[in-house]
Ligand binder design. Structure first.
Ligand SMILES: Cc1cc2nc3c(=O)[nH]c(=O)nc-3n(C[C@H](O)[C@H](O)[C@H](O)COP(=O)(O)OP(=O)(O)OC[C@H]3O[C@@H](n4cnc5c(N)ncnc54)[C@H](O)[C@@H]3O)c2cc1C
Length: 329
């Protein structure tokens, strides 16, 4: 632990600023401004290296958070990415998208603002890519076994990477035209630019994972055929089914599910077409639901030039500050 008094000296939690609204509505780039490495080191020094780091439990991946906070504080970036990759295949995704239950579990959060764990995470991996430290990790031996992974969302990709590195010959089947699942076609560009997926896929391809897009397993190839051709099959097809709202008027024109709306905007950014078939441009938009997906529809509608946007949420408005009963801000 680099500075045992860090959390006493640096009581203010700092996070990156958002780009000005006027500016970010003019493009689809990510929302946050760059964060200085000096500020990040100070923030990392707030980690108390508690006797029982509850952030480990909060993180579903079991990320070794106090270890890489300490390494960042000590400017040992190369070591920090090794510790981060030890538990997390894709910190560039989680560092941008994860709702950070680690921060809700941070012991410092009991009487101060929690450590900016997610920011440290994303800065470590972004620097690692910049420095060229993210290189293919080859298996030490080949097992001769073959594995089919069905679905190329983050679950399928993580399984495929681990299995390839363990020496199996892995093929990922994806029914869509591109790899990435909801990272690619659900989550908007302004929340995570798709170049982050592409550079990770380049690493995976170099490691030997084979990707086959446009293959709908169960239609283009049967389950029996897969089981004949492969020693094992991983099912990581995600949810796909959306939650409907079967109320009067549901069938009227102009009412879309989020996933009938958002993928078009992503496809425009990918260069598939100039204008989306379903667009909020010039429309008075109502969004039902105020969670992540609703927020994505909000940002997308504004960027497409909606005339007005109203968003309805069934839950009470959450407090501005973290309340003791609800750890989320
Ligand atoms: C709009 C939106 C915003 C979100 N924002 C966030 C966020 O900010 N933070 C967060 O943590 N989570 C967020 N999520 C949730 C997150 O995207 C999902 O939890 C995650 O993508 C699930 O990963 P997965 O790999 O299980 O499935 P998916 O990402 O759904 O991937 C499954 C893949 O399997 C493919 N597939 C399915 N069946 C077949 C088949 N028979 N043959 C071939 N391929 C098949 C699908 O085409 C798909 O590409 C969001 C979800 C949505 C919809």
């Amino acid at each position: 632990m680099g500075d045992p008094q860090g959390f006493l000296k640096n009581t203010v939690r700092e996070v990156p600023k958002r780009r000005p609204v006027d500016l970010r509505l003019m493009d689809w780039k990510e929302v946050y401004e760059d964060f200085s490495k000096d500020t990040l080191r100070t923030q990392a020094s707030r980690c108390m290296d508690c006797g029982i780091p509850f952030c480990h439990n909060g993180c579903p991946l079991g990320n070794l958070i106090p270890e890489w906070n300490d390494l960042v504080f000590k400017d040992r970036w190369r070591d920090s990415i090794d510790r981060l990759h030890a538990t997390n295949n894709f910190p560039e995704f989680t560092g941008r998208l994860c709702p950070a239950p680690c921060e809700a579990s941070c012991v410092l959060g009991i009487n101060q603002d929690p450590v900016t764990i997610k920011q440290v995470e994303v800065e470590i991996i972004d620097k690692a890519f910049e420095e060229g430290w993210v290189t293919p990790v080859y298996p030490t031996h080949l097992t001769g076994k073959t594995v089919a992974v069905v679905g190329s969302g983050p679950a399928g990709l993580a399984a495929a990477q681990q299995l390839t590195r363990a020496g199996h010959t892995v093929t990922v089947f994806e029914r869509a035209d591109r790899i990435g699942g909801l990272l690619r076609y659900g989550i908007p560009e302004f929340k995570m630019e798709k170049r982050h997926i592409d550079r990770r896929l380049a690493q995976m391809e170099a490691e030997g994972t084979v990707f086959r897009t446009g293959v709908d397993v169960g239609v283009d190839i049967s389950a029996d055929e897969l089981r004949e051709q492969f020693d094992a099959v991983v099912l990581s097809g995600g949810a796909t089914a959306w939650r409907d709202l079967p109320i009067e008027g549901r069938g009227l024109d102009g009412i879309y599910q989020a996933m009938e709306f958002l993928p078009h905007a992503n496809r425009v950014q990918q260069g598939d077409f100039a204008a989306p078939p379903v667009s909020a441009e010039g429309k008075k938009v109502v969004i039902i639901g105020g969670g992540d997906t609703g927020a994505d529809c909000l940002g997308t509608s504004h960027r497409q030039g909606a005339e007005s946007v109203h968003q309805f949420e069934i839950m009470a408005r959450p407090p501005e500050e973290r309340a003791t009963s609800t750890p989320w801000p």
